[in-house]
Design a protein around this ligand. Structure first.
Ligand code: PEP
Length: 657
């Protein structure tokens, strides 16, 4: 239920973020204008255009990429937290917009979908709620690509969206959602406005700059071709393609097609432009905002035919008129035909270039994962069959049990509060040399006091001996004097951390909730957790050992996703056996280990249970280790006292030989 809720919220957020980022990216200038409107509403002036344009591209790329990352469940915690932060900023901002109404349309979906300010606010409230749910349980989001392949999606999405923005900036918006898109009948719209209809942006009026005559009707009533060179602000217009514009103007004169320059600039700017270009086309005044809506290019060229917009060109992609076509009338040139409705083609291009590759990647990745899983299951089944056969034979050694063979065996030392720095280094060095000379048959880990970690990490061959801490804080960072965070542990070079040791539960009052936080933080920092559970003597005497270990698992680690639980090593340590010299018998230990495995199977399934390493701890020594480790559900030991001498520890490690 919780998982479904998280995934529904995640899909809703992902779709909204992808759409909102994409429609902004296809119209970077439109998004820039919106940012400028916001700045104006907040009375922030003087921000250079280049900054607002960069912000426009960055905003669309951020929204789009976060949407894609959420869809693919990439960096689940980071992505969902970032989305919460964005929604925490956007929701109050849109409330202010709804109350004060300084801008009529917030522009969250560019021109593709215009929402009122109140609609936008309520939309954001819903998104914020979804974001909080997803950020609360990010690990419940299922993946479409495995962690190892996520870098492909990350880089490809960033590259794709930046390319779309750049392309739309160079050319024109790849999807035009505005009221002046190609195919719009301006004459009809103008007539309907004249008849009193309230049409969006139907405020195009064209007034001759020299005598103020309104020629809108004349221009729109023309049944032939009309060129409109559109430059909202001539003083900011790009003049790198003046030659092409002049050639087009010459061509229009030769064929007697009207050619107007529409601008909202001052007379001075018009004179300067005329001096620069040497062109004598007539200048007309039009509202600057309308012109920015007509075409996202300054200057841009619009071609009307019979009052209908049939073509639009950005100044970077103007049609070329030369000797080969200058004498041909427009009606016979491709430039004079209505631009083919390319929306379907563009969508197809996007599908081909972006959606298809990611879909293929996802399918390949999932297939690879499933085949791996099936292969593992198959291997496991075969091994079980072998074991079942062997069980019937005499002298069967359960150490070569099927599942057991598959699981990682570990002997981990817990130094507790022993050894000063020099002694600790000497012990680690001795162990390092010993195990380098005589390679162990199992994983070996030493968990030391914090102060030893960084020094030991310098020389320890971590291919042979893993290094771990004995604890870490339940807080990420901050004013917690004397605490050591998981991130700090990780930064020393350590890979493991013991959590939930009975001494910490008892003397430092570590509750299941505190331990749950510690586990999450340790995993967030890529530390492998050795999680200790175990009952006290009274609990054992009352026959409550199963109940106790179950509650301890449920309280601190059963909240984890399957993927994260798989990274946990469990250490069963009956408190009455720790440091007392009283070991649980091999049968007692096996019984409860088997029980622990069974509740893991109940929670995560048999395959996870079969793969989970469960260590035994409590007065384990070289003399009793072989018998304990031979049990089918005991995968090694967590060793206290006997890990403080290299020879004793090595004796226990050798139980696996
Ligand atoms: C321990 O504290 O983890 C432990 C098992 O100690 P000992 O081996 O000394 O009983």
């Amino acid at each position: 239920m919780k998982k479904s809720l998280v995934n529904v919220c995640r899909i809703v957020l992902a779709v909204v973020f992808i759409l909102s980022g994409f429609v902004k990216a296809v119209d970077p200038l439109g998004t820039q204008y919106k940012i400028q409107d916001y700045l104006e509403a907040m009375h922030i002036g003087g921000v250079p255009d280049i900054l607002t344009l960069t912000a426009s591209v960055a905003q669309s790329a951020l929204e789009f990429c976060l949407g894609i990352f959420l869809l693919f469940a990439i960096q689940r915690r980071l992505t969902s937290n970032l989305i919460v932060i964005i929604m925490l900023v956007m929701t109050p901002l849109t409330l202010w917009l709804a109350l004060a109404n300084p801008i009529s349309d917030c522009g969250c979906f560019g021109d593709a979908l215009v929402l009122s300010n109140w609609q936008t606010f309520w939309k954001n409230v819903v998104l914020l709620a979804c974001a909080v749910i997803v950020a609360r349980w990010p690990k419940l989001m299922f993946r479409f690509v495995s962690e190892s392949n996520q870098w492909i999606v990350i880089n490809y999405s960033i590259l794709f969206i930046i390319a779309i923005s750049t392309w739309s900036l160079y050319d024109l918006p790849q999807f035009d959602f505005r009221p002046y898109k190609t195919g719009t009948n301006l004459r009809d719209n103008w007539q309907r406005t004249m008849d009193g209809e309230d049409l969006p942006y139907a405020d195009l009026f064209i007034e001759k700059a020299d005598d103020g005559e309104d020629i809108t009707e004349t221009v729109l009533a023309d049944t032939g071709y009309v060129f409109l060179l559109v430059s909202p602000y001539l003083e900011q217009a790009d003049d790198s393609r003046l030659d092409l514009i002049n050639e087009l103007y010459e061509y229009s004169r030769e064929h007697e097609y009207p050619f107007y320059c529409l601008t909202s600039s001052t007379e001075k700017a018009m004179t300067q432009w005329r001096d620069r270009t040497g062109a004598e086309y007539p200048y007309c005044l039009t509202d600057g905002t309308t012109l920015k809506t007509v075409i996202r290019s300054n200057p841009g060229l619009v071609l009307l035919h019979d009052g209908i917009i049939i073509r639009k060109w950005s100044h970077n992609a103007l049609p070329k008129i030369d000797e080969t076509n200058s004498t041909t009338p427009l009606g016979q040139l491709p430039e004079g035909q209505m631009e083919a409705n390319s929306i379907a083609g563009r969508i197809l291009e996007i599908l081909m270039w972006f959606v298809l590759p990611l879909m293929l990647l996802s399918i390949a990745d999932r297939t690879w994962m499933w085949t791996r899983w099936f292969r593992r299951r198959h291997r496991l089944k075969l091994k079980r069959a072998v074991i079942a056969r062997n069980m019937k034979k005499e002298n069967f050694n359960p150490i070569y049990n099927n599942n057991k063979e598959m699981r990682k065996k570990i002997v981990a030392g817990n130094w507790k509060m022993n050894m000063n720095l020099q002694d600790g280094i000497a012990l680690a060095k001795e162990l390092n040399e010993t195990l380098k000379a005589d390679k162990p048959n199992c994983g070996v880990v030493i968990c030391t006091p914090f102060i030893h970690l960084a020094s030991i990490a310098q020389f320890l061959d971590q291919n042979i001996i893993g290094l771990g801490a004995e604890n870490c804080a339940d807080k990420e960072k901050g004013a917690f004097t004397g605490e050591v965070s998981a991130e700090m542990v990780k930064s020393t070079g350590a890979q493991y951390v013991i959590l939930g040791h009975s001494e910490r539960r008892e003397y430092y009052k570590e509750t299941p909730e505190i331990l749950k936080e510690k586990v999450l933080l340790a995993q967030k920092n890529d530390l492998k957790v050795i999680f200790c559970i175990g009952e006290s003597l009274e609990e054992r005497e009352a026959g409550k050992q199963n109940e106790v270990v179950k509650a301890e698992l449920e309280g601190s680690v059963f909240n984890l996703s399957e993927e994260d639980f798989r990274k946990i090593v469990i250490a069963y340590e009956p408190i009455w056996a720790i440091g007392t010299g009283k070991t649980a018998t091999a049968e007692q230990a096996e019984e409860i280990h088997a029980y622990i495995r069974s509740i893991i199977a109940e929670k995560y399934g048999q395959a996870v249970a079969d793969d989970t390493t469960i260590l035994y701890g409590g007065s384990c020594k070289a003399s009793n280790a072989p018998e304990l480790f031979a049990k089918p559900d005991i995968d090694g030991g967590l060793i206290g006292g006997a890990s403080l001498k290299a020879a004793d520890f090595k004796g226990i490690i050798d139980a696996f030989k």
